[in-house]
Unconditional design. Sequence first.
Length: 326
Amino acid sequence: DWNMPDYVEEAIEKIRAQVGSDDVILGLSGGVDSSVAAALIHRAIGDQLTCVFVDHGLLRLDEGKQVMQTFAENMGVKIIHVDATEQFMSKLHGVTDPEAKRKIIGREFVEVFQDQASKLKSAKWLAQGTIYPDVIESAGAKTGKAVTIKSHHNVGGLPDTLKLSLLEPLRELFKDEVRKLGVALGLPPAMVYRHPFPGPGLGVRILGEVKKEYADLLRRADAIFIEELRNTVDAATGKSWYDLTSQAFAVFLPVKSVGVMGDGRTYDYVVALRAVETSDFMTAGWAELPYSLLGKVSGRIINEVRGINRVVYDVSSKPPATIEWE
Ligand code: XMP
């Protein structure tokens, strides 16, 4: 039987015994795993932990602000916040192939992180939010048993040249245990129970070439969709549509279509809404969101986000479609 307060105490003791008085660095992404790892390690060793938060310019609306608020302001965690938007955008310039974009974002991410880490000369440990399913997956990938269709950048990519030892306090935990641990450590439940967000972020939700202009439009459309999902409660279950779906987001389509606004004609971009229900993310069904909800989201996006004049809903299941569009 799994007792949370005991588990937290044990985990803290283990971290203290492992690192002693050494300094630790951790790459904070805003995702659940690295967030919980940061909270746990900070609880154990306080200021011996420094987090590096790399903003690649492909995060969701206000995500950077939220990470800084939660960790730096509320918890007093030391964080180096790097805004690397320009660097990522220039590397992505002209690149349209999804896997090529993933590789560039992953490589750049490691480079920026490594650059920061090498400045922290006292650090002896690199902490990562590796969880049990990651351990299984990467073991499988090495022996060629499991097939990872898309390259993920959250596992691996450990910069060898840094000569750091690995600290992975979540290695034995499943996702639901990590979430419970996060709540026990005082992280906001809305953060801990968030839908998964891919490492390459909006980079794979902007089809084809990534541009800052596209990312800015997509962020605002996506935030409206998520806000309405959170605020709309399904009468039958009493749950919000955010909680009833496993993953939901907006996708930017770099094609223009004609619309009318007032007396004028518009010629603007299209946004697709994607919402799925799944238990394992290997197969997924499109969510049967209420028409009234879809209508409200569409109306708000077109009215509030100048530059988007058409919203469509994705009714494809996985397989044969994937959850992401790239
Ligand atoms: P697909 O699109 O393959 O997505 O049906 C399945 C799940 O994996 C997530 N995903 C990624 N996560 N890096 C990540 O960290 C990636 O490159 C990546 N690609 C897909 C996707 O969001 C979904 O939850």
